[in-house]
Design a protein around this ligand. Structure first.
Ligand code: HEM
Length: 491
């Protein structure tokens, strides 16, 4: 029992009225579940309960309370055990699901692989993937294309970055479309989301066609990952010094075999799946949201394009890591995208012990869902919070004519990468990728939306993506980036 002060217990907490037995089950649409939670947060405040078939989930929407929950891991809170169990059942036994001492071991090797130092030395590979994107668009798209599904290209590019960085394996899915690894990956998050939000584990007794599809995709991924592992084992055999200084994530996992407390094969596979999945959907969806905002606002698009011209000058592409930091406006645009469209608006936890959060005593084992975007959309924290205003992220010296934007700005409230010790270790990598791919896209094309903006909806399937996003692309008059940078960027 905790000795902190509290004024409320869970018997004081209300929530939307449901129907007997089913609770709120039929009041929500699963793919928009986060929007229901956000709507109810306005009505019921910082804490409220939802009830699915008698199972109660405590929703926490206050940013300070959420930060507190995120910070107190892995001690007072853990990831929701039901979610971890479902993810592990699929095969993902790794850093995302591990807890306590086990998590520390998994986190160390993951964090090392994604460290700023590693991302910086890996930078030429990200440039290479950006070049391939440019090449692909140059060769396959005519001057004007309508209704283009740009999200698929982002997915391929992010898969290539992760497999190169973490596994030392160049899949080149950007150019090589017959490798359908991303199609298999695409099946996983929606299925996990469906199972986490399903009141009964029906799939353990009767498999639907999508359950069977998931099994087939996991089998296909296992074969691909087997190739990554074989390559890493060969490298370690050829150069035993890599056992002490592994050159990537997969080598580090395998090298642990010869050490104390090694990773099991389930853990090695699980961490590889985790890295692949965590690095792909999140970054690709954020790039899709970025495209959504830029394609729907001409003035914004011009500002982004002008900055690209200003930073690159005569050059056709970013070639040094230092140049990434010079995209101040584009970085501010990205921060605003992540504030308004965080791809993980909800995170699922469970109390390890009785714990006080804010003024509420939360009993051990309570399911707690932090609804992160509520704070980011509140006028208490951001001036005109509902509006897309990248300037709010710029300091006076970064804008011409002084900061055009004043008013409330509690940056710490927007938590698109989570918080506390389990904060996303891929933040730096994804930010670097997003700048490079965005510069490649917006330098090459003028974009407009192919569908009315209001028809593009938020779809939540563990991550949140823009449903129906399609764009019209018009090539700008310029020379292909790849032709000009081949000499300068040699890998
Ligand atoms: C825009 C891109 C991304 C977003 C918005 C994002 C967001 C998140 C969030 C919200 C979490 C949960 C954090 C928490 O529990 O506090 C997370 C965890 C994680 N992310 Fe990311 N992520 C992104 C990109 C990446 C990339 C590129 C990688 C790796 C290649 C990655 C690897 C991970 C891992 C391994 C975890 C689990 C960390 C742990 O449990 O200790 N993420 N991410």
């Amino acid at each position: 029992m905790t000795n902190q002060d509290y004024t409320r217990t869970i018997t004081d907490i209300k929530g939307p009225k449901g129907i007997p037995l089913f609770g709120n089950l039929f009041q929500i649409e699963r793919e928009q579940i986060h929007l229901y939670y956000e709507k109810w947060a306005k009505e019921f405040g910082d804490f409220f309960f939802v009830n699915f078939l008698g199972k109660k989930i405590l929703i926490s929407s206050n940013p300070q309370n959420n930060a507190n929950i995120l910070k107190n891991r892995p001690t007072k809170f853990r990831r929701l055990s039901k979610m971890a169990e479902i993810i592990e059942e699929v095969g993902f036994y790794g850093v995302f699901t591990a807890e306590s001492e086990e998590w520390i071991k998994h986190r160390k090797v993951t964090q090392q692989a994604l460290s700023n130092k590693n991302v910086k030395s890996f930078f030429p590979q990200i440039v290479k993937v950006a070049e391939r994107l440019d090449n692909f668009w140059e060769s396959n798209l005519i001057d004007e294309v309508t209704k283009y599904q740009i999200s698929n290209d982002f997915t391929r590019a992010t898969v290539d970055v992760t497999t190169n960085l973490a596994f030392g394996y160049d899949m080149n899915t950007v150019e090589n479309h017959e490798n359908e690894i991303q199609d298999h990956i695409a099946k996983i998050f929606p299925k996990v989301n469906e199972r986490v939000n399903s009141p009964l584990p029906i799939w353990r007794y009767i498999k639907s066609s999508s359950d069977k599809g998931l099994d087939q995709s996991m089998d296909a991924l296992k074969i691909t990952i087997g190739e990554f592992i074989k390559k890493a084992e060969n490298n370690l055999e050829k150069d035993p010094s890599l056992k002490e200084n592994p050159s990537n994530f997969i080598e580090a996992l395998i090298a642990s075999q010869d050490k104390e407390n090694p990773f099991t094969w389930d853990e090695i596979f699980g961490n590889i799946y985790t890295m692949l999945l965590a690095g792909e959907d999140t970054t690709a969806n954020s790039l899709s949201w970025l495209t959504y905002f830029i394609a729907s606002d001409n003035e914004l698009q011009n500002k982004v394009y002008n900055e690209i011209k200003e930073v690159l000058g005569e050059k056709e592409q970013i070639t040094t890591f230092e140049e990434v930091a010079r995209f101040k406006y584009l970085s501010a645009v990205l921060k605003e995208v992540l504030r308004l469209k965080p791809v993980s608006p909800s995170l699922y936890f469970q109390a390890n012990e009785d714990v006080v959060v804010g003024d509420l005593l939360i009993p051990k084992d309570t399911f707690v869902l932090t609804q992160l975007r509520v704070g980011a959309l509140s006028d208490d924290n951001f001036e005109n919070a509902a509006e897309f205003i990248p300037e709010r992220w710029l300091s006076a010296k970064e804008t011409t004519g002084g900061c055009p934007f004043t008013g409330k700005h509690k940056a710490e409230v927007a938590m698109p990468f989570g918080g506390g010790p389990r904060f996303c270790p891929g933040k730096f990598l994804s930010e670097t990728e997003m700048i490079l791919f965005a510069v490649t896209l917006f330098k090459k094309f003028e974009l407009t939306l192919s569908v009315p903006k209001e028809d593009i909806k938020e779809k939540f399937a563990f991550t949140m993506s823009p449903e129906n996003l399609a764009v019209n692309l018009k090539k700008r008059k310029q020379v292909s980036i790849s032709n000009l940078t081949k000499e300068k960027v040699s890998i």
